[in-house]
Design a protein around this ligand. Structure first.
Ligand SMILES: NC(=O)c1ccc[n+]([C@@H]2O[C@H](COP(=O)([O-])OP(=O)(O)OC[C@H]3O[C@@H](n4cnc5c(N)ncnc54)[C@H](OP(=O)(O)O)[C@@H]3O)[C@@H](O)[C@H]2O)c1
Length: 328
C-alpha cells in the first residue's frame, strides 16, 4: 500500500505532530511518459513551514487534507518514458510519501558522480547550490574577505563555511550547541560562536572587531542585527533564510538598521530556484571540492516514513547537524 503524509491543520506558531496525517493513497495508472518511483530518501526543509500557511508566496501552499510534497531521491520501479529504466536513481519532488507515479519530465536522473545518492539532497543538491550561489554570486564574496554565516552547522551553513574556506576567506560561523560549534570548527571556520551561550552581537564583535564583509543569513532576527552592527563599508548580505522568524507571530525588530546607509550595505534576498539553469556551473565547481575532500558533509537521518514529521519539526529545535533526511 502506498502512503503519503497529508496536511491535517494549519499551525499557528510552531507546528506539531498533530498537523500531519499519514494516509493511504491510490496511485494513478502509469500513463505514457510516466515513471513509477519508490522513494529511498526524503528531504525535509525549513521552507516547508511557509507552505503550511495559507499565504501566497513563491511556491504554492500545501492544501488542507491533501498530500504534501518535497524533494526526494527514489528508484524507478517501472517506466513508460524514454530514457528511464527500472533501477535508475532519480531526484524529484514527490516526497513525503513512499511511492509515486510522476511524469518523467519532472524527474532528473542523478548525475554520475561517485557519491552516495542522498548527497544530491544535501551538499550536491539544493542546500549546496544555495550555499554556492548565495555566497559567490549574491554576496559576491572574494578571497581575503571575512564572511559571517548563521546556522553554520546546518545543511546550507556547513557548505557555506567550507566553500568560503576553500576560496580563501576568513569565516565566522554561529550555531546553537557546543557539539555543533565543534563540528563547525572541524570544517575549518576561523571563529565559532554559540549563540545560545550569550548575545550574538557581543560574541561577533569579540571575534571580528574589525567587522565583516559578507553576511550569509540563515536565521534573521538578532543575527541579522548583529551583522548590521558589525558590517564594514560596502558589506554585502545574502539573505537566504530567516528560520528564527518562521514560527513567530511578532515581526523582528532591529537596532542597527541605520547602518545600512552609513556603511552602504547591500542586502539582497535570493531563491535558489532562480539558479536552477546554472546547476552545471555548480556541479563543475562543487563536485571537485567534494571529490578532493575540501567539502565534506554530514547527515542527520530519521528512519521510516512515519518519522518524517518529527524530522521536519527537528529543524526548528536544532535536532540536526548537517542535512536533515528521512531514509525509507
Ligand atoms: N533562499 C533559498 O533558496 C533557500 C534554499 C534552502 C534553504 N534556505 C534557508 O536556509 C536556511 C538553512 O536551511 P537548511 O535547509 O540548511 O536548514 P538547516 O540549517 O540544516 O537546519 C535548520 C537549523 O536552523 C537553526 N535554527 C532553528 N531555529 C532557529 C532559531 N529560532 N534561531 C536560530 N537558529 C535556528 C538550527 O540550528 P542551531 O541548532 O544551530 O540553532 C537548525 O538546525 C533556512 O533559513 C532555509 O529557509 C533558503
Amino acid at each position: 500500500m502506498v502512503r503519503a503524509w497529508h496536511l491535517k491543520s494549519r499551525p499557528h506558531g510552531l507546528p506539531a505532530a498533530d498537523d500531519f496525517e499519514l494516509k493511504d493513497v491510490a496511485l494513478p495508472e502509469l500513463g505514457e511518459g510516466m515513471v513509477r518511483v519508490r522513494n529511498r530518501w526524503l528531504s525535509v526543509d525549513p521552507y516547508m513551514r511557509g507552505r503550511m500557511n495559507d499565504a501566497k508566496s513563491y511556491i504554492a501552499p500545501f492544501q488542507l487534507g491533501e498530500p504534501m510534497d518535497g524533494g526526494a531521491i527514489g528508484e524507478v520501479l517501472e517506466s513508460r518514458a524514454d530514457g528511464f529504466a527500472p533501477g535508475d536513481l532519480v531526484q524529484h519532488m514527490a516526497g513525503w510519501r513512499d511511492e509515486a507515479v510522476v511524469p518523467a519530465r519532472a524527474v532528473n536522473k542523478l548525475p554520475d558522480f561517485a557519491v552516495e545518492p542522498q548527497q544530491f539532497l544535501g551538499v550536491l543538491g539544493v542546500p549546496g547550490a544555495t550555499a554556492w550561489f548565495g555566497l559567490l554570486d549574491v554576496a559576491a564574496a572574494k578571497p581575503g574577505e571575512t564572511v559571517f554565516v548563521s546556522a553554520a552547522a546546518g545543511a546550507v551553513g556547513s557548505a557555506v563555511v567550507q566553500i568560503a574556506k576553500a576560496k580563501g576567506m576568513t569565516v565566522v560561523g554561529s550555531a546553537g550547541a557546543a557539539d555543533k560549534c565543534n563540528y563547525v570548527r572541524s570544517l575549518g571556520a576561523d571563529h565559532v560562536l554559540d549563540y545560545k551561550a550569550g548575545p550574538i552581537r557581543k560574541s561577533l564583535a569579540a571575534a571580528v572587531p574589525d567587522g565583516i564583509d559578507v553576511y550569509f543569513d540563515n536565521v534573521g532576527g538578532d543575527h541579522f542585527d548583529a551583522a548590521l552592527a558589525l558590517a564594514r563599508n560596502h558589506a554585502r548580505f545574502a539573505i537566504c533564510g530567516m528560520i528564527g522568524d518562521y514560527n513567530s507571530a511578532e515581526p523582528p525588530s532591529f537596532r542597527f538598521m541605520t547602518r545600512i546607509i552609513a556603511a552602504r550595505i547591500r542586502i539582497r534576498g535570493f531563491l535558489v530556484i532562480d539558479y536552477m539553469g546554472r546547476m552545471g556551473e555548480f556541479y563543475a565547481g562543487m563536485a571537485p571540492l567534494v571529490a578532493s575532500g575540501a567539502v565534506t558533509s554530514r547527515d542527520t537521518v530519521y528512519d521510516g516514513l512515519e518519522a518524517a514529521p518529527d524530522a521536519f519539526l527537528g529543524l526548528f529545535s536544532g535536532a540536526n547537524t548537517g542535512k536533515m533526511l528521512v531514509r525509507l
